[in-house]
Design a protein around this ligand. Structure first.
Ligand code: GDP
Ligand code: MG
Length: 177
């Protein structure tokens, strides 16, 4: 896998936030290990996963933190956000409520995280188009207003997952280099 003896230029901490069951852990499994599990249990234990990749010819180690079932309002601690240079704020395109809560997550993120944090709004489960409850346009407008990057993904079908993380990491790299 070529990761042996690799010189790491940057380590970037990213955090995943959003309501329970929107697919945070599966997006991470897809990005870090190219895996997906249908019966994924509520996240337990593991704090973060890493993947090393090349961005603009630099070797970047992405250290991605996943909530351990702390999705209740205000339950995510400031330690979780500490040092994060990027955040994926995820909702489920089939669950209107998970999108309605995005503003709340954003507020929490902005009160805890660094001012320059790169934020991606992610509408996950794009494979379930027939059950869609959040129009793409609504999310796009919200993202524009709040200065967020926006993308719809499917962890199940691996659609846009690589793209979303690459976009976020490239933007972060642009901020630090
Ligand atoms: P979390 O609580 O935000 O970490 O959500 P999980 O990653 O545990 O996913 C919750 C449920 O949604 C699980 O049953 C997953 O298999 C399912 N899921 C996650 N991502 C997708 C996706 O892109 N498409 C579909 N159809 N299901 C997904
Ligand atoms: Mg989880």
């Amino acid at each position: 896998h070529g990761e042996f003896n690799q010189k790491i230029d940057y380590v970037f901490k990213l955090v995943l936030i959003g309501d329970a069951a929107v697919g945070k852990s599966q997006l991470l499994a897809r990005f870090a290990r190219n895996e997906f599990s249908v019966d994924s249990k509520a996240t337990i234990g593991v704090e973060f996963q890493t993947r090393t990749l090349a961005i603009n010819e630099k070797t970047i180690k992405a250290q991605i933190w996943d909530t351990a079932g702390q999705e209740r309002y205000r339950a995510v601690t400031s330690a979780y956000y500490r040092g994060a240079v990027g955040a994926m704020l995820i909702y489920d395109i089939t669950k209107r409520q998970s999108f309605d809560h995005v503003a709340r997550w954003l507020e929490e993120l902005r009160s805890h995280a660094d001012r320059n944090i790169v934020i991606m709004l992610i509408g996950n489960k794009s494979d379930l188009g027939s059950l869609r409850a959040v129009p793409t346009e609504d999310a796009k407008e919200f993202a524009q207003r709040e200065n967020l990057f926006f993308m719809e993904t499917s962890a199940l079908e691996a659609t846009n997952v690589e793209n979303a993380f690459q976009t976020g990491l490239t933007e972060i790299y642009g901020n630090v280099s």
